[in-house]
Design a protein around this ligand. Structure first.
Ligand SMILES: *[C@@H]1O[C@H](CO)[C@@H](O)[C@H](O)[C@H]1NC(C)=O
Ligand SMILES: *[C@@H]1O[C@H](CO)[C@@H](O)[C@H](O)[C@H]1NC(C)=O
Ligand SMILES: *[C@@H]1O[C@H](CO)[C@@H](O)[C@H](O)[C@H]1NC(C)=O
Length: 537
């Protein structure tokens, strides 16, 4: 059996027991090449060898690619075997190919093939065939078993790739880590990086209701810098903005150092607070602790499920991977339900996630009349006269569960977190936060049967009758999803705020290159720390 390989791929494949033909072919080639060699001067041998040494790897790669391409072009490797191995245009082997195809099809009816019927490699298969003189049917069965094994391997590799991709979304990139360390160092050595924020003459603005207060909970310095500078650059009256950035204890010094040394506009007030600066009452403290513990237990349960299960990375399971991300354990992430307690002196805030870019003036968002509701949000994608399927409560909550079906309407539209305006005064008059707690507890006690994995569900429940729908152009989300969502240029440009919701954050390597530029535009690449940490465009 021989493969005849040319630059365009496998030309033909013949199986024969006699060697006469091939020896004849082999004989003829040295003769003609000796004749031509004489004509070639010795001086040209070296360039020839050089050219060959360059071209041969190329041919090999070309061949390898052809094999890969043909394997990728078909849904099941079994369907492909016919044309990959036996191109129909070669007359001599076409009968063989037909016969073999029939045998493969016949072997489909003979039930499943055990893996032990397979052989490790194609070479092994051919050797077996020749030495044991097996019939066509045995050959077909073995080929099938081999392809089956390969298919399993490909599937498992795909699953692993999926997990790796998600793991990549969980880690803190080296550049960001470096930025935090360098800025913390700067805080220690540079008095300017420790300067009071805001400057003493502006402190009164922090609680002044005449200013527009924007709240950000984050431990990502670079992301916070992008949100703040994009909001300032697109603001008509930047000096009316007051940013309140809440971060954790370890990020406090780098965050402070950044904003103390990098102000886009000196008239804009930025306040940085670490969680350790809040002095909550014993009651709030214990409730926050409770909440975190429940989130941890829920996380743990999903994690144990995940370890034990054989995953199929579509739909449900993908969502479980999202739930396992570290952000689902992060206190900052869950603290948004305690915003009224975080800012006891404010009655209204605009709340932004750290993975957004502001593209319009935020003042009209601030000015929206919520009509007595607690908060304004964009409904999650609107299709004609209602919300799109997959964007309703029924998609998030388990309506087979009596407690859910008796409390909620499955057709109610869900909304988006990340760009919201909150009336904290109205919020304080409700029991939204305790309702949230109760649903968390219910879910844990019911064995996580109340909702499909995800962080939005308990908020959907707690805020049920308190949401005021705002114009969809305020918030275009899902720029970080996989596969990347395709947005028209107009939609992206018209959006007041774009949101990289999903695992593919723009600061990660896996971030989608099509939209990363929207974010990169607001990163100060001339900053010395960003340069030193090799955070690149
Ligand atoms: C929240 O308050 C409403 C009325 O103010 C009451 O009907 C409801 O039972 C309360 N829910 C919880 C969980 O306390
Ligand atoms: C939904 O609730 C039903 C009824 O309690 C339960 O049997 C089912 O397992 C739940 N589904 C999920 C996905 O948890
Ligand atoms: C970028 O960083 C440099 C150096 O830190 C600073 O001088 C400059 O003002 C910054 N530019 C913007 C737009 O923030």
């Amino acid at each position: 059996m021989k493969f005849y390989i040319s630059t365009t791929g496998i030309k033909r494949l013949t199986i024969s027991n006699s060697n006469s033909n091939s020896t004849a072919a082999l004989k003829s080639s040295p003769l003609s090449s000796t004749a031509s060699l004489r004509r070639i001067s010795t001086r040209s041998i070296f360039p020839l060898l050089l050219t060959l040494s360059i071209l041969l790897p190329f041919f090999f790669l070309r061949f390898a690619f052809l094999l890969l391409e043909s394997a990728a072009a078909c849904s099941s490797s079994l369907d492909c075997s016919g044309w990959t191995l036996f191109p129909a245009n070669h007359h001599a082997s076409s009968r063989l190919s037909e016969e073999l195809s029939r045998a493969i099809v016949d072997s489909k009816d003979s039930g499943t093939v055990g893996v032990e019927d397979g052989v490790a490699s194609f070479n092994q298969l051919v050797k077996d065939m020749i030495s044991k003189r097996q019939d066509m049917r045995a050959f077909a069965l073995k080929t099938k078993a081999m392809l089956h094994t390969m298919e399993q391997k490909v599937k498992s590799a795909r699953n692993r790739e999926s997990v790796y991709w998600y793991l990549a979304s969980h880690g803190v990139p080296k550049g960001l880590h470096c930025l935090s360390l360098k800025l913390a160092e700067e805080y220690a050595v540079n008095a300017k990086a420790r300067a009071r924020l805001p400057q003493p003459e502006y402190v009164s603005r922090l609680t002044d209701p005449l200013f527009r207060h924007v709240v950000l909970l984050t431990d990502n310095v670079l992301a916070a810098s992008v949100v703040v500078s994009s909001a300032i650059r697109n603001s008509v009256e930047p000096h009316k903005l007051v940013f309140h950035i809440v971060t954790d204890k370890k990020t406090y010094t780098p965050m402070h150092a950044w904003f103390a040394t990098n102000s886009v506009d000196d008239s804009v007030v930025v306040e940085i607070k670490g969680l350790h600066h809040f002095e909550w009452s014993e009651d709030v403290n214990s409730r926050v602790k409770d909440m975190l513990e429940i989130h941890r237990l829920i996380w743990k349960r999903y994690y144990d499920d995940f370890k034990g299960a054989n995953f199929d990375f579509d739909g449900e399971d993908k969502r479980k991977l999202d739930v396992l991300s570290p952000s689902s354990l992060s206190l900052l992430n869950h603290l948004r339900i305690y915003v009224p307690e975080l800012f006891p002196d404010l009655n209204k805030i605009v709340f932004l996630d750290d993975d957004v870019v502001v593209q319009h003036d935020l003042s009209s968002l601030w000015d929206i009349n919520l009509g007595g509701n607690v908060f304004g949000a964009v409904l999650d994608s609107w299709c004609g006269d209602g919300c799109c399927s997959g964007r309703k409560y029924s998609h998030y909550l388990n309506f087979s569960y009596p407690l859910i079906s008796s409390n909620f309407d499955p057709d109610r539209c869900t909304w988006l977190y990340g760009v919201n305006v909150f009336d904290l005064e109205a919020w304080r008059k409700t029991n939204i936060t305790s309702t949230y707690h109760q649903w968390l507890k219910h879910n844990l006690n019911s064995g996580l049967a109340l909702w499909i994995p995800g962080e939005l569900a308990p908020s959907l429940m707690a805020f049920k009758d308190h949401m005021y729908p705002i114009d969809p152009s305020w918030h275009v989300a899902r720029l970080g999803e996989r596969p990347p969502q395709i947005f028209s240029k107009e939609i992206l440009e018209d959006a007041a705020v774009v949101h990289f919701s999903g695992p593919a954050k723009p600061w990660l390597e896996i971030g989608s290159p099509e939209v990363r530029n929207i974010w990169n535009k607001h990163v100060n690449f001339s900053n010395k720390f960003i340069k030193r940490c090799r955070i690149m465009e």
